[in-house]
Design a protein around this ligand. Sequence first.
Ligand code: XUL
Length: 587
Amino acid sequence: MPATTISRGTTTLLLLVVVLLPSVSALALGATPQRNLYLGIDLSTQSATAVVLDPGLAVVESRFVNFDEELPAYGTSAGMTVGEGGVVTSSTRMWLEAMDLLMGKVQETGLLPRVAAISCSGQQHGSVYWTADGEASLKTPAAGAAGFADLLPDGAFASEASPIWADSSTGAQCDALERALGGPAAVAELTGSRAYARFTGNQFAAFAERTPALWEQTSRVSLVSSFAASLFLGAVAPIDYSDGSGMNLMDISSRSWAPTVLSSAAMPAGLGAKLAAPDFSAEPAPSHAVLGPVSAFVAQRWGFDAECAVVASSGDNCCAVAGLGLSREGDLALSMGTSDTLLGVGAAATATPALDGHVLAHPTSPDQVMLMLCYKNGGAVRERLRDEIVGPSWDKFDAVLAASAPGNGGLLGLTLDLPEITPEIDRVGSWHVDAQGAPVAAAALTAEQRVRAAIEGRFLSMRSHGKKLGLSSASRVLATGGGSKSSQILQVAADVFNAPVLVADTPDAAAVGAARRAAHALHVSAEHGGAVDAAPYESFLVDCGVDNDATLEVAAKPRPDAGDVYPDALVTRYEGFEAVVRARELD
Ligand code: XUL
């Protein structure tokens, strides 16, 4: 597949066509000695987090709202409501109430009048359905509105059940999109990813198909990130390039909505108009766009300075990339949580969208892309294995892992408790093959072999799919999440990636990334007329005094023979093994 090129020229040009709110000059919104703090908010699946950064971009305050605990009326589990047939939603109203609670907590710090700029991070792949009434209430708040939930009463949204990233109910819509565009590779080539169930374009299509009257009532659509920005701006905010590239709707090369997708039979009528933020360009905005000042309502209600700038919001993975300082090609972030995510940085000019994983616009660097692989079977499978074999102790698990030989004598394994998305494998079970490719029953394996096969398998898979997206070799791996508590898992990661593994002590990376992006965007706008190339994010952070490397601790170094134990040939073998499991050629 040919490389995707995202030119710097295109980015600059598109920046110029982002029309700021009438009567507002972004240049008037710079930091001042009285206004030199930055607010970042992460509206994520289970919680909302706010951080306030000082002029050196270090966290001075953070506040937090947990949805299940603090908003029990919504009856969520881990922030979600699980319906029939793979439908998973969160309540738009719960998010509004959460933002009110959070802002109340942040206001108590007394720092809000000194905030120069704010940006939000939102869970990727969630959608919000505004009505014309909702848009009007946002722009012209009713007198005496006590907060966001009050400002946007019943009727502000065509549906308050917002589909989120965990929704997997849109298979038919994904098939329709791939058919309409000429197959999965064509969709990947154009948008950076083949059609994925959670990608928001497919959510819009499913919403319109299932509830056409509600789609009719929808005047605008937002992502969770642009929804959060809209609240502070007092107008529907544009979707940014980086989060926008996780929708199957944006042309990853030109960073504009792809006309062939919007006009295809797979997408609902009127989508283009609903994607357009009325006070801005109809197209997605650069992630560093200053959209305008906070609304008069927001300034008054929470005591912001009237000139506090609202910067385009972005997805949580995109903001985590900015928060972790992932900017060098070869930098990888390995998040081992409930699901496993590998984030990497690549050159836009050489990235190659593939059938597994995603090429997304980089949130801070126009010449780069963010490469992402998400696995559904992550921490839950590892913890089940650990509990079955040694009980709930990572130390004991580490001892078992350390007792087996790296490379596992050629044994390969894959364990799925849920159908997998990378690669798409629609079955659950546990499969192993020996060095000759012959199937081996799990009962015939020692605990040490099973554990090592599970851990090595995941990293070999990441290497294989990462390579197809254009990730050639790793220079360092930043590990986060529950799995990074196991020192031996980190050692296996160092060996398989043949790179040092660092543990990132950056709690709230997405909220910190949002706040740092806000500071950078304000600087670019006020000092460089919006020309992001004049002040690259990395050098801006250094100029502010941020030492990203100081927060990183080397947790594992690759063994000297790592390249021989885990050669490319082994990665290729693993790729073939996954294909055999996927094709059901192995019981
Ligand atoms: C990424 C994804 C999840 C969400 C969680 O593609 O689906 O990581 O971003 O918030």
